[in-house]
Design a protein around this ligand. Structure first.
Ligand code: NAD
Length: 326
């Protein structure tokens, strides 16, 4: 039986990844600074600990010989967290410390393979100005110019893991995720990302009302459903390819179109009011040529399919919250 260590197992992608690994027959240890908010862990063992603390990292890697490490723990959030500038120092400090610690422990304990979740946020901002034409092949990452400190930290950590591969023989696999969404992710509180925030606003709005969208809503993105993200992660880990490789959809939509889809699921008549807010780049689309070439696979599920499931889950959360507040 293979043994996997999942860091960030109390989070959205980590929580789903634990379930996926269990379904494949792995023994899994999950680690996070907090328990999962929306579902009990599927991990065989869950350790609550702060990965900024090297002693904790040593402890969670020291007693078992792991076949695979999935390092997803990070200080992260949507545009409302990453682009205001207020969290830049903590984001960089927290995530870089976690990665420095975990790369070192992976080397010391000879973990066979390491997966690291990087982000589309590493790409230079000047190639993401056209909302209709913003394909991001992996090789345009340099010269680097990410639009956030979150992106700079991700780029640093990509390089860190690759340096450990080069100098210490650690086998690493790096993916750049592009807007992953699905049920059991953060949907309120300020760290939620666009699909969850929009689904929440639509679910909470009264029929005939309005929802607020940051900016003019014509900024474009691609959104990938969680199951397809995990399919990509597992295929990458089972391959000989280190990456970095994009794991994202190439179905480009504007934020207005995303909102229209969610409004469509609700059956309500809702208007959209555009307000000022943190935005990020104008356009961003995953280029999937490399993943297709290296893994013989690319995500294909239409956005509407996963968004419907996510909308239904968020509607339930909004209802539960409203009932709790009565
Ligand atoms: P998430 O915030 O739900 O999960 C991250 C987890 O890391 C959280 O549960 C958090 O508690 C944990 N964590 C943070 N600091 C910690 C610490 N000091 N010690 C232990 N645990 C700590 O985010 P997610 O959406 O599941 O993202 C997982 C990974 O994928 C992150 O590295 C993120 O940067 C990356 N990523 C995600 C997306 C996306 O669209 N969700 C896009 C690009 C990259």
């Amino acid at each position: 039986m293979k043994r996997a260590l999942v860091c960030g197992a109390g989070g959205f992608i980590g929580g789903h990844l634990v379930k996926r690994l269990k379904s494949e027959g792995y023994w899994v240890r999950g680690v996070d600074i907090k328990y999962h908010e929306y579902s009990p862990t599927a991990a065989d063992e869950f350790i609550c600990g702060d990965l900024r603390d090297q002693g904790v990292c040593r402890k969670i890697t020291g007693d078992i010989c792991f076949d695979e490490l999935y390092q997803l723990a990070a200080d992260m959030g949507g545009a409302g967290y990453i682009f205001t500038g207020q969290h830049d120092a903590v984001v960089m400090h927290n995530s870089a410390t976690i990665n420095l610690n975990m790369a070192e422990e992976a080397k010391n304990t000879k973990i066979k393979k390491v997966f690291y979740s990087s982000s589309a946020c590493i790409y230079p901002q000047q190639v993401q100005v056209d909302p209709r034409n913003s394909l991001l092949p992996e090789d345009i990452a340099y010269p680097a110019n990410p639009d956030s400190e979150y992106g700079w930290e991700k780029l640093f950590s990509e390089r860190l893991y690759l340096a450990y591969q080069r100098n210490y023989g650690l086998e690493v696999h790096l993916a750049r995720f592009h807007n992953i969404f699905g049920p059991q992710g953060t949907w309120d509180g300020g760290k939620e990302k666009a699909p969850a925030a929009i689904c929440r606003k639509v679910a909470a709005a009264p029929d005939g009302g309005q929802i607020e969208i940051w900016g003019d809503g014509q900024q474009t993105r691609t959104f990938l459903y969680i199951d397809e993200c995990l399919e990509g992660v597992r295929r990458l880990m089972d391959s000989a390819f280190s990456g970095p490789v994009n794991i994202g959809s190439d179905e480009l939509v504007s934020i207005n179109q995303l909102a229209e889809l969610a409004i469509g699921f609700s059956g309500k008549k809702l208007g959209i009011r555009h307000i000022d807010g943190p935005l990020g780049v104008r356009g961003r689309c995953s280029d999937n040529a490399l993943i297709e070439k290296k893994l013989g696979w690319r995500p294909r599920q239409p956005l509407v399919q996963g968004l419907k499931v996510t909308y239904q889950w968020i509607t339930e959360q909004v209802r539960k919250n409203e009932q709790g507040n009565k």
